[in-house]
Design a protein. Structure first.
Length: 234
């Protein structure tokens, strides 16, 4: 892992000639992403992210915190926040920004006796699941980290709109895999990150996976373009 996403975050925060990230997936062409977007404040966040932050309670775990914008907002509101990301550069940027409890960790490798009132997985939080057949591994881990009255707030998008329809209106999705399973590639400053799996889930599939793993799933709010925020509880 070259950690190009984290390099872009750190470059932006330290003023080290940051450039736009170039992202592409197995079903979409290369597109530019402004790194400054990851440094947005509450008023600049999409309404689903705002809603999630408004629902936060108690001790918080922010999974895949990136540049730390969600965590910083909550920390400033007085919440006790633990923030993790697999990117060393992103975590260093978070520390420079003033996050007091952030460190490098994969959620599956997080070794803690703490239980949380709220776990956040935002900016397509289901992405880290990677593939449909590994969802249960992640949900079981997340389930083990919440208190009996805790909640997991997670967002995603239904990518069905990106596929063509035939004359009868049926979507022409892959026959050999779930249509939200993508391969993601990041380019930055002339370098290319190793491709990685990234999962977009429609709400019904998330709900079914949650129920299969002993979690209740509630649709909190839908966005303007096939995106949604869900809450998972015991």
């Amino acid at each position: 892992m070259k950690d190009l996403f984290g390099k872009a975050i750190l470059d932006y925060h330290t003023g080290n000639n940051p450039e736009n990230l170039i992202t592409e997936t197995s079903i979409s062409e290369a597109d530019e992403m402004r790194v400054e977007y990851l440094f947005r404040d509450f008023d600049e966040m999409p309404k689903l992210e705002q809603k999630a932050l408004q629902l936060v309670k108690g001790k918080v775990l922010d999974v895949g915190c990136g540049a730390g914008s969600h965590s910083l907002y909550l920390q400033e509101k007085g919440f006790k926040v633990t923030s993790i990301d697999i990117s060393k550069n992103a975590i260093y940027a978070c520390q420079l920004r003033g996050l007091t409890n952030c460190f490098v960790s994969d959620i599956l490798e997080l070794n803690t006796s703490d239980k949380f009132d709220t776990i956040l997985l935002l900016m397509n939080g289901t992405g880290i699941f990677g593939r449909l057949n590994t969802i249960s591994i992640y949900l079981k881990k997340l389930k083990s980290l919440i208190k009996d009255s805790g909640q997991i707030l997670i967002d995603s998008s239904d990518l069905i709109y990106m596929y063509d329809q035939d004359d009868e209106g049926a979507y022409e999705v892959p026959a050999d895999k779930y249509y939200g399973e993508l391969t993601f590639t990041v380019h930055y400053k002339g370098e290319t990150e190793n491709a990685f799996n990234w999962l977009y889930l429609d709400y019904n599939t998330l709900q079914n996976a949650a129920h299969a793993n002993g979690l209740h799933c509630e649709l909190i709010e839908e966005g303007e373009h096939y995106d949604y925020l869900a809450k998972l509880t015991l």
